[in-house]
Design a protein around this ligand. Structure first.
Ligand code: PLP
Length: 377
């Protein structure tokens, strides 16, 4: 039985060229980038700094603001926890959106136990943040506004420029989870006015275990503090021996993702539009989330009279998700869809298709036929 993988928002395969680039760093040039007592380690350290500069160029930011981490989860925890600890003199108020990833929501729940005041801004039915409510909530004691660029469950893209303007008006730090955006849309951290950004390599055809935490270094400088203590790697913001092969792979993956962005988004849009149009023509689905401001690869589809669990059981050939990878073991309906005003039943009848660059039109056509044959008896 052929299986079609439509769960690229959970993770992507490592690109062939990325793998090739990484391999020598496991057993040939395997040295510790912090070993400054010999030339091999010094060269490794230099290589990591070159990669940092290249990544900074790709992101249009300064290289001193780039920290290598293990994941978006680590980057978001570091950012939010350290902002709360370091900006207490300004205030204890953090603003986020109801549809943020659980990493953000759970970190903020933890910060609440330490005295943070957290406001979660609602979204409209299309999944886009309510800017009027945001304006009302942000005030002089707000230290950070944390809103993701693109949602992992629905693909809905938030108006980060406008959100950043509201944050900056009250001198709050604009923290943006860009984990799902790279490789699926054009992103320029500078243009978007983001102060702190978070990326994860395995979402853009890089390896697992590699993430980026970017913090603005000037106009104004954002100061962060480490979660992990010990070594002095990454300007002491992220102690621990650097994961050289993963960092090298992440750099290559980001390079390829940015280089091929127009080609890939065109191809992914074509597949997604065809899938949605065909299923809509059969009266089988409703699309959850904005159809205008949405990632080219993501379709969150509500099937009438069929729960997502039943759907997934009925189609073992399709690798799909009912929500985010991290929360798919939870029996509750998606917090993202609920925040958009869907009922429990509507949320539980919704499935996420997240397409990737190796998917083909043949796979999409076979999938439509499978669904048609089973659901239109
Ligand atoms: N933020 C978003 C929007 C995500 O989709 C994910 C992963 O699904 C994360 C954060 C966590 O990423 P990581 O697996 O790199 O920790």
């Amino acid at each position: 039985m052929d299986t079609y993988y439509f769960d690229h928002n959970a993770t992507t395969p490592v690109h062939e060229e990325v793998l090739k680039e990484m391999l020598p760093y496991f057993n040939q040039t395997f040295y510790n980038a912090s070993s400054s007592s010999h030339l091999l380690g010094i060269r490794m350290g230099k290589k990591i700094e070159d990669v940092r500069k290249n990544i900074a160029n790709l992101l249009s930011v300064e290289s001193s603001g780039i920290t290598f981490t293990s994941s978006a989860t680590e980057s978001l925890n570091t950012a939010l926890i350290s902002i709360f600890n370091l900006y207490k003199t300004k205030g204890n108020h953090i603003v986020a959106c109801t549809t943020e990833h659980k990493v953000v929501l759970d970190t903020l729940a933890y910060l609440k136990t330490l005295g943070a005041l957290v406001t979660l801004i609602p979204v409209q039915h299309d999944g886009i943040i309510d800017l009027t409510e945001l304006k009302k909530a942000v005030n002089n004691s707000t230290i950070a506004v944390c809103v993701m660029l693109a949602n992992n469950e629905t693909g809905v893209i938030q108006p980060i420029n406008e959100i950043a303007e509201i944050a900056h008006h009250s001198n709050a730090i604009m923290v943006c989870d860009t984990t799902q955006a790279y490789g699926k849309m054009h992103v320029d951290l500078n243009e978007l006015n983001i102060d702190v950004a978070v990326l994860s390599a395995h979402k853009f055809y890089g390896p697992k275990g590699a993430g980026i935490l970017y913090a603005r270094k000037k106009n104004p400088r954002v100061t962060l503090s480490p979660l992990l203590h010990g070594g002095l790697q990454d300007n002491a913001l992220r102690s621990g021996t650097q994961n050289v092969p993963a960092i090298i792979g992440m750099n290559k993956a980001l390079e390829i993702a940015i280089q091929n962005i127009w080609e890939n988004t065109t191809q992914l849009s074509k597949l997604r539009i065809y899938l949605e149009q065909q299923l809509e023509a059969l009266n089988l689905i409703k699309i959850n989330g904005s159809t205008k401001y949405r990632l080219c690869n993501t379709s969150n589809l509500q099937f009438s009279n069929l729960t997502s669990n039943k759907f997934i059981q009925s189609f073992p050939q399709l690798a799909l998700a009912t929500g985010s990878a991290c929360t798919s073991i939870l029996p509750e309906p998606s917090h993202v869809l609920k925040a958009m005003g869907l009922s429990d039943l509507e949320a539980k009848s919704s499935i996420r298709f997240s397409l990737g660059i190796t998917n083909t039109m043949e796979e999409i056509i076979s999938t439509i036929n499978l669904i048609k044959n089973k659901l239109i008896a």
